[in-house]
Design a protein around this ligand. Sequence first.
Ligand SMILES: [Zn+2]
Ligand SMILES: [Zn+2]
Length: 164
Amino acid sequence: MAQEADEITTVETHYFPEVLEHFDDHGHLIDPNTKFNIGCYICHVANLGLVNHASEQRSSLTHEPFAVLPRCGHAFGYQCIMGWLLLDINKKNPKCPACRKEVYSNKNSPEVFLIVGVSPPEEQHMEINAIRKSLRLKEPLSPPSQTGPAVWDFIRFAAMPHGP
Ligand SMILES: [Zn+2]
Ligand SMILES: [Zn+2]
């Protein structure tokens, strides 16, 4: 066989539909030789906390918790997107810094985006499945009537400590 079994594929994108192509329907990595070097759209540091746990340790110094906006699939460092949303908080409806799509799905969805990247290795497939599920939400946007409280509900949710 002429196949190069050890060839490494490096995934470098902040657009999560492209990331998800490297995981199967159960959220497990398809090719064990895949590496992730996923950057934040805002600060351009490629350190979002998605790693190939078989070959790489996730470090709190180099891999941040991150968030994927469910309306468009763009990924950001958690600190960066929270800072962005706080700047945008007095506007009618915050928009994705990458594509300007509105963040909210509707006024009844206080959880405006997913926080992921902090689960232990054996739970990574659940994060992947959750992201995939959220990105399949394709219903049309309806402007929220109470964007402020919804954002604050979300921030409280996101600030909850993650169990060990
Ligand atoms: Zn960033
Ligand atoms: Zn976007």
